[in-house]
Design a protein around this ligand. Sequence first.
Ligand SMILES: Nc1ncnc2c1ncn2[C@@H]1O[C@H](COP(=O)(O)OP(=O)(O)OP(=O)(O)O)[C@@H](O)[C@H]1O
Ligand SMILES: [Mg+2]
Length: 299
Amino acid sequence: MSMGPILETAQLSKSYGRIRALDNLDLSINEGMVFGFLGPNGSGKTTTLALLLQVLRPSSGSFNWFGKPQWDNVRKDIGAILESPCFYPYLSGYQNLMVSARIKEVNLAAIEPVLRTVDLYERRNDPFKTYSLGMKQRLAIASALLANPRVLILDEPTNGLDPQGIVEIRNLIKKIAGTGKTIILASHLLDEVQKVCSHFMVLRQGTKLFQGSVKDALTDQSLIEVAAADMQYLAEILVTYPGVEKVERRDDKLVFKASSMSTAQINHFLIEKKIVVSHLAKKNGNLEEEFLRILAKHE
Ligand SMILES: Nc1ncnc2c1ncn2[C@@H]1O[C@H](COP(=O)(O)OP(=O)(O)OP(=O)(O)O)[C@@H](O)[C@H]1O
Ligand SMILES: [Mg+2]
């Protein structure tokens, strides 16, 4: 897995008449990332993906894949599902992939491995119309993987699925990412981005508000909670611990930003100070808090 940028955009913009769907996007995505485009409905996620796939023409700005200026040379390295693809209802999953393989000029031998990847091998001979929504989505992903692309692009991959279907697709995305492919997905679901993505950007009304790693965003948000008999003294001691900036009272606990501290370190420190805790826990942050903070910062 090389670590250079696989995609770079410069001032990429798209207007539909008076609507500015994407406004001067500067973005860089590295190989191996699972990159989430996060934003509310109408924020420009699908528009961005369509530009990157050359389904739409930019109004201004530019982008390149793999550092290559020419589109023709890169198309086969990008597998994508923008809208639900058209499969033939009476053909089996396998036969539908034969059709896809012919269109993509891919050897039919590629079909079996992708069916196994998406866990449809057992159902390969059943007609498409008998598939559940989740299975249909997995077949679409199989089709996108046929040419063994370096990049997989997914627009709202779990839309309309039930909880089990959602888990299956998320696990599949992680499995595909584990093979070293770069994945770019659009989602309006914070939870989804948090669970599957390594990196993300936040779009609002066509403008990028934030870009960063999910891990950093979560670390920024994680808190340590602690309680002891003498809360006043506990608070005084805690602020002397390196890295603890502000300690706040929440109900019957004290909370502070965990940064990279572990509860074991804090416990050790407090024991040295002869404080016995009645409660000590690390609470992982969630992207929702970070997301709300990002939006609030740009009000
Ligand atoms: N073909 C079009 N003609 C005119 N306006 C469009 C067209 N497609 C999208 N738009 C507008 O561009 C903006 C961005 O739309 P886009 O579909 O990219 O958002 P999105 O983030 O994908 O939203 P969703 O979460 O609903 O899929 C919206 O204001 C939308 O109404
Ligand atoms: Mg969309």
